[in-house]
Write a protein that binds this ligand. Structure first.
Ligand code: SAM
Length: 392
């Protein structure tokens, strides 16, 4: 493909991504897969170049642009070489017209800019768009740190036990050790959250928003085998991915429960006041994961944020009912917005005098709003707020 044709393809892919962000459709990554599947003529170099163009536009604009063309036109100030690719010839984008509308604004959507946690200064904001590192967790059910270190001598030990960083681009799939479940790819921040409840004894644990089980597997690896870990979620597709992951990781003590949205209690009633630990890794705006999913900025609106915080409150209420007296509730979000973090903890504690905050003993993170904050610049992790509460 010519450079001009690659630019036109990037514009078209951005149009799909913009529409999906507006209508709560597929993620940018899934759209890219579909886009290239329908364009088999694009070689690997073309794909890389198109992706690069698309993601520079997504990273650059905090507010959702009107169109892919406007998004790319807006990039010309920073990448002047793009101008001459608007050739108006076959396969290329139409020539630029005088006074054509272009995308504008900041990297962080204006309406969100003043809602970040107090610790998120200018340096942290810039780091939200850095390249995410490759973090892995050694799975003690399948392997040892020593074995993993000898398979990947470049692995650098991180601040938590069994956590390592590998050089970006390390091929994992070609190693038997990886295929057999010796390591899990997992951001250090997610590993910290699995540890936040200080689960150690044989316990009954409910991971109430388990998704595809990233933190469930981490909990299974750190708990004695006689523990029972229940992974629940409303998303059948995500939950179904736990079964193969569980087999690969030799995590035998995990059960799954599919929840019906709004009727979660029906499937959880038998666990009322029984759990030693409930983890609520709540659905959220994902502001802490922009370095991986920058297009989330184009999805969130004030209305969607309100809807999300209401759901978080409801899940916190529900999860807290499952905790036995003396048990713990860990509430976490991969967001750095106060509305989804510290505000939720305050509201919950105000309404539940029989609960108290307990301090989190981890070597990463900073104490913040009756909980802890993890952030890309300070901790090298995705951004998270989490708190650990105890039922008296
Ligand atoms: C942040 S993700 C969880 C990620 C997962 N814990 C992990 O470590 O990979 C939030 C999850 O909450 C789930 N969810 C949304 N609404 C829910 C509800 N009403 N009850 C339980 N889970 C829900 C979503 O399907 C999603 O999988």
């Amino acid at each position: 493909m010519t450079p001009s044709a690659r630019l036109q393809a990037a514009i078209e892919m951005l149009d799909w991504i913009i529409a999906a962000a507006r209508d709560n459709g597929a993620s940018a990554d899934n759209i890219a897969k579909k886009f290239f599947k329908e364009r088999r003529y694009a070689g690997s170099g073309d794909r890389r170049a198109i992706r690069e163009l698309v993601y520079s536009a997504i990273r650059r604009w905090g507010d959702r642009p009107e169109s892919g063309r406007q998004a790319m036109l807006g990039l010309i100030d920073e990448q002047p070489e793009l101008r001459e690719l608007f050739t108006g010839t076959a396969y290329g984008p139409a020539a630029i017209e005088a006074d054509e509308a272009v995308a504008g604004g900041a990297q962080i959507p204006e309406w969100l800019a003043d809602r970040f946690a107090g610790l998120i200064d200018e340096t942290e904001r810039r780091a939200l768009f850095d390249r995410a590192p490759l973090h892995v967790r050694v799975n003690g059910q399948r392997s040892t740190d020593l074995e993993v270190k000898s398979a990947w001598p470049d692995a650098v030990a991180l601040a938590l036990p069994h956590a390592y960083e590998l050089p970006t681009g390390t091929q994992l799939e070609d190693k038997t050790l990886f295929r057999e479940g010796a390591i899990e790819i997992q951001d250090l921040g997610s590993q910290a959250i699995a540890m936040a409840g200080a689960a150690a004894k044989p316990e009954l644990v409910l991971d109430m928003c388990a998704g595809a089980g990233g933190k469930t597997l981490a909990l299974s690896a750190m708990l004695p085998p006689e523990s029972r870990i229940i992974a629940a979620d409303t998303d059948r597709g995500r939950l179904s991915r736990i079964e193969p992951r569980k087999r690969r990781a030799s995590a035998r003590n995990i059960e799954t429960i599919l929840l019906a949205p709004g009727k979660e209690i029906e499937a959880l009633d038998h666990l009322k006041a029984k759990c030693d630990l409930v983890l609520i890794d709540a659905p959220c705006s994902g502001t802490g994961t922009w370095r991986r999913n920058p297009e989330l900025r184009w999805r969130m609106t004030p209305k969607r944020l309100d809807h999300t915080t209401e759901l978080q409150q409801r899940l916190m209420e529900l999860g807290s009912e499952m905790v036995r007296p003396g048990g713990r509730l860990v509430y976490a979000v991969c967001s750095l917005l106060d509305a989804e973090g510290g505000d939720q903890t305050d509201r919950f504690l105000e309404n539940h005098p029989q609960w108290r905050e307990i301090s989190i003993d981890l070597p990463i993170g900073r104490p913040y709003r009756k909980g802890s904050l993890l952030s890309p610049y300070h901790d090298g992790t995705d951004g998270f707020y989490f708190t650990c509460l105890e039922k008296l």
